[in-house]
Design a binder for this molecule. Structure first.
Ligand SMILES: Cc1ncc(COP(=O)(O)O)c(C=O)c1O
Length: 197
Protein backbone atom coordinates (compact mmCIF):
# COMPACT_ATOMS: atom_id res chain seq x y z
CA UNK A 1 0.00 0.00 0.00
CA UNK A 2 1.32 3.40 -0.88
CA UNK A 3 -0.21 5.79 1.60
CA UNK A 4 1.87 8.79 0.49
CA UNK A 5 0.69 8.46 -3.11
CA UNK A 6 -2.98 8.12 -2.20
CA UNK A 7 -3.04 11.00 0.25
CA UNK A 8 -1.06 13.15 -2.18
CA UNK A 9 -3.63 12.56 -4.85
CA UNK A 10 -6.43 13.33 -2.38
CA UNK A 11 -4.67 16.55 -1.39
CA UNK A 12 -4.32 17.31 -5.08
CA UNK A 13 -8.05 16.78 -5.67
CA UNK A 14 -8.87 18.86 -2.58
CA UNK A 15 -6.64 21.71 -3.73
CA UNK A 16 -8.66 21.93 -6.95
CA UNK A 17 -12.12 22.12 -5.35
CA UNK A 18 -11.83 23.18 -1.68
CA UNK A 19 -11.07 26.74 -0.63
CA UNK A 20 -7.69 26.80 1.08
CA UNK A 21 -8.89 28.14 4.43
CA UNK A 22 -7.18 25.43 6.52
CA UNK A 23 -3.73 23.85 6.44
CA UNK A 24 -4.70 20.16 6.47
CA UNK A 25 -2.62 17.28 7.78
CA UNK A 26 -2.19 14.63 5.03
CA UNK A 27 -4.33 12.00 6.76
CA UNK A 28 -7.71 11.01 5.31
CA UNK A 29 -9.91 9.53 7.99
CA UNK A 30 -12.50 7.00 6.94
CA UNK A 31 -14.09 5.59 10.06
CA UNK A 32 -14.01 5.73 13.84
CA UNK A 33 -15.09 3.67 16.85
CA UNK A 34 -15.01 5.11 20.34
CA UNK A 35 -11.76 7.02 20.80
CA UNK A 36 -10.01 5.43 17.80
CA UNK A 37 -10.07 6.46 14.11
CA UNK A 38 -8.79 4.73 10.95
CA UNK A 39 -7.43 6.23 7.76
CA UNK A 40 -8.13 4.95 4.26
CA UNK A 41 -5.19 2.55 4.42
CA UNK A 42 -6.46 0.95 7.64
CA UNK A 43 -3.91 2.64 9.91
CA UNK A 44 -5.46 3.43 13.28
CA UNK A 45 -4.93 6.46 15.50
CA UNK A 46 -6.03 7.38 19.02
CA UNK A 47 -8.22 10.45 18.58
CA UNK A 48 -7.16 13.06 21.11
CA UNK A 49 -8.80 15.82 19.09
CA UNK A 50 -12.44 14.65 18.94
CA UNK A 51 -13.31 17.04 16.12
CA UNK A 52 -11.87 19.90 18.23
CA UNK A 53 -13.94 18.74 21.21
CA UNK A 54 -17.14 18.25 19.20
CA UNK A 55 -17.44 14.45 19.08
CA UNK A 56 -17.31 14.16 22.85
CA UNK A 57 -19.29 10.90 22.85
CA UNK A 58 -16.68 9.18 20.69
CA UNK A 59 -17.11 7.87 17.16
CA UNK A 60 -19.98 5.70 15.93
CA UNK A 61 -21.51 4.88 19.29
CA UNK A 62 -24.31 2.38 18.46
CA UNK A 63 -26.96 4.39 20.35
CA UNK A 64 -26.00 7.64 18.62
CA UNK A 65 -25.95 5.91 15.24
CA UNK A 66 -29.34 4.30 15.88
CA UNK A 67 -30.89 7.63 16.95
CA UNK A 68 -29.54 9.36 13.83
CA UNK A 69 -30.82 6.56 11.59
CA UNK A 70 -34.24 6.49 13.23
CA UNK A 71 -34.70 10.26 12.84
CA UNK A 72 -33.32 10.32 9.28
CA UNK A 73 -35.88 7.69 8.31
CA UNK A 74 -38.70 9.87 9.69
CA UNK A 75 -37.77 13.44 8.71
CA UNK A 76 -34.40 15.17 8.35
CA UNK A 77 -35.23 18.84 8.51
CA UNK A 78 -38.22 21.03 9.29
CA UNK A 79 -36.68 24.56 9.63
CA UNK A 80 -37.31 26.74 12.66
CA UNK A 81 -40.75 27.64 11.34
CA UNK A 82 -42.34 24.52 12.85
CA UNK A 83 -42.18 22.65 16.12
CA UNK A 84 -40.44 19.30 16.23
CA UNK A 85 -40.70 17.19 19.37
CA UNK A 86 -37.11 15.85 19.66
CA UNK A 87 -35.76 19.42 19.63
CA UNK A 88 -37.98 20.33 22.57
CA UNK A 89 -37.12 17.10 24.40
CA UNK A 90 -33.38 17.86 24.04
CA UNK A 91 -33.87 21.45 25.20
CA UNK A 92 -35.79 20.18 28.25
CA UNK A 93 -32.91 17.87 29.15
CA UNK A 94 -30.30 20.60 28.68
CA UNK A 95 -32.29 23.01 30.86
CA UNK A 96 -32.77 20.35 33.53
CA UNK A 97 -29.09 19.37 33.63
CA UNK A 98 -27.44 22.80 33.19
CA UNK A 99 -27.65 26.34 34.56
CA UNK A 100 -29.61 27.63 31.57
CA UNK A 101 -33.33 28.39 31.49
CA UNK A 102 -33.69 28.37 27.71
CA UNK A 103 -31.78 26.93 24.79
CA UNK A 104 -30.75 28.33 21.40
CA UNK A 105 -29.65 25.61 18.97
CA UNK A 106 -27.08 26.50 16.35
CA UNK A 107 -24.57 24.84 14.04
CA UNK A 108 -21.16 25.96 15.27
CA UNK A 109 -19.16 27.62 18.00
CA UNK A 110 -18.86 30.84 16.09
CA UNK A 111 -22.63 30.97 15.63
CA UNK A 112 -23.14 30.42 19.36
CA UNK A 113 -20.84 33.38 20.02
CA UNK A 114 -22.69 35.50 17.45
CA UNK A 115 -25.89 34.75 19.37
CA UNK A 116 -24.21 35.69 22.66
CA UNK A 117 -22.96 38.98 21.19
CA UNK A 118 -26.44 39.81 19.88
CA UNK A 119 -28.09 38.88 23.20
CA UNK A 120 -25.70 41.16 25.10
CA UNK A 121 -26.25 44.06 22.71
CA UNK A 122 -30.03 43.76 22.76
CA UNK A 123 -30.19 43.36 26.54
CA UNK A 124 -27.68 46.15 27.26
CA UNK A 125 -29.25 48.56 24.77
CA UNK A 126 -32.73 48.04 26.20
CA UNK A 127 -31.55 48.19 29.79
CA UNK A 128 -28.77 50.78 29.76
CA UNK A 129 -28.88 52.52 26.37
CA UNK A 130 -26.18 52.79 23.68
CA UNK A 131 -23.44 54.05 26.05
CA UNK A 132 -23.01 50.70 27.76
CA UNK A 133 -22.74 47.87 25.28
CA UNK A 134 -19.01 47.16 24.87
CA UNK A 135 -17.91 43.52 25.20
CA UNK A 136 -14.57 43.06 26.94
CA UNK A 137 -12.40 40.23 25.53
CA UNK A 138 -8.88 38.99 26.17
CA UNK A 139 -5.77 39.31 24.04
CA UNK A 140 -4.78 36.08 22.27
CA UNK A 141 -8.30 34.70 22.58
CA UNK A 142 -10.13 32.87 19.79
CA UNK A 143 -13.90 33.07 19.39
CA UNK A 144 -14.53 32.03 15.79
CA UNK A 145 -14.38 33.20 12.20
CA UNK A 146 -17.69 34.93 11.46
CA UNK A 147 -17.53 38.72 11.62
CA UNK A 148 -18.80 39.23 15.18
CA UNK A 149 -16.78 36.37 16.69
CA UNK A 150 -13.74 37.42 14.64
CA UNK A 151 -14.05 40.95 16.03
CA UNK A 152 -14.13 39.49 19.56
CA UNK A 153 -11.00 37.43 18.82
CA UNK A 154 -7.82 38.92 20.28
CA UNK A 155 -5.44 37.80 17.51
CA UNK A 156 -4.77 40.01 14.50
CA UNK A 157 -3.50 37.07 12.41
CA UNK A 158 -7.09 35.81 12.07
CA UNK A 159 -8.45 39.29 11.33
CA UNK A 160 -5.95 40.53 8.77
CA UNK A 161 -7.61 41.31 5.43
CA UNK A 162 -11.16 41.07 6.78
CA UNK A 163 -11.39 44.64 8.08
CA UNK A 164 -13.43 46.63 8.86
CA UNK A 165 -14.23 44.61 11.97
CA UNK A 166 -17.31 45.11 14.10
CA UNK A 167 -16.96 47.94 16.66
CA UNK A 168 -17.88 47.50 20.33
CA UNK A 169 -15.11 45.19 21.62
CA UNK A 170 -12.25 46.09 23.96
CA UNK A 171 -9.30 43.91 24.97
CA UNK A 172 -7.25 43.22 28.09
CA UNK A 173 -4.17 41.01 28.54
CA UNK A 174 -4.76 37.43 29.72
CA UNK A 175 -4.40 36.62 33.43
CA UNK A 176 -3.84 40.22 34.52
CA UNK A 177 -6.41 41.45 37.03
CA UNK A 178 -4.78 44.89 37.34
CA UNK A 179 -5.10 45.36 33.56
CA UNK A 180 -8.78 44.38 33.78
CA UNK A 181 -9.23 47.16 36.32
CA UNK A 182 -7.49 49.63 34.00
CA UNK A 183 -9.66 48.90 30.95
CA UNK A 184 -12.89 48.60 32.94
CA UNK A 185 -15.08 51.59 32.24
CA UNK A 186 -18.76 52.49 32.20
CA UNK A 187 -19.26 51.20 28.64
CA UNK A 188 -18.68 47.51 29.39
CA UNK A 189 -21.82 45.37 29.25
CA UNK A 190 -20.25 41.89 29.23
CA UNK A 191 -17.01 39.93 29.42
CA UNK A 192 -16.34 37.19 26.87
CA UNK A 193 -13.86 34.48 27.90
CA UNK A 194 -12.78 31.05 26.76
CA UNK A 195 -13.15 28.59 29.66
CA UNK A 196 -9.65 27.38 28.74
CA UNK A 197 -7.49 29.92 26.91
C1 LIG B 1 -12.62 28.70 22.01
C2 LIG B 1 -13.32 28.57 20.70
N1 LIG B 1 -14.37 29.37 20.46
C3 LIG B 1 -15.03 29.31 19.26
C4 LIG B 1 -14.64 28.43 18.27
C5 LIG B 1 -15.40 28.40 16.96
O1 LIG B 1 -16.10 27.21 16.84
P1 LIG B 1 -16.55 26.66 15.39
O2 LIG B 1 -15.30 26.25 14.68
O3 LIG B 1 -17.47 25.52 15.71
O4 LIG B 1 -17.25 27.79 14.68
C6 LIG B 1 -13.55 27.58 18.49
C7 LIG B 1 -13.11 26.64 17.43
O5 LIG B 1 -12.04 26.08 17.47
C8 LIG B 1 -12.86 27.66 19.73
O6 LIG B 1 -11.80 26.86 19.98
Amino acid sequence: MNQGFNENSLADRASKVLMNTYAQTPIALERGAGCRVWDREGKSYLDFLSGIAVTALGHSHPQVTAALKEQAEKILHTSNLYYIEPQIALAEQLVEKSFAQRVFFCNSGTEANEAAIKLVRRYATERFGPEKRTILCLENSFHGRTMGSLSATGQTKFQKGFEPLLPGFSFAPFNDLAALDRVWDGTIAAVMLEPVQ
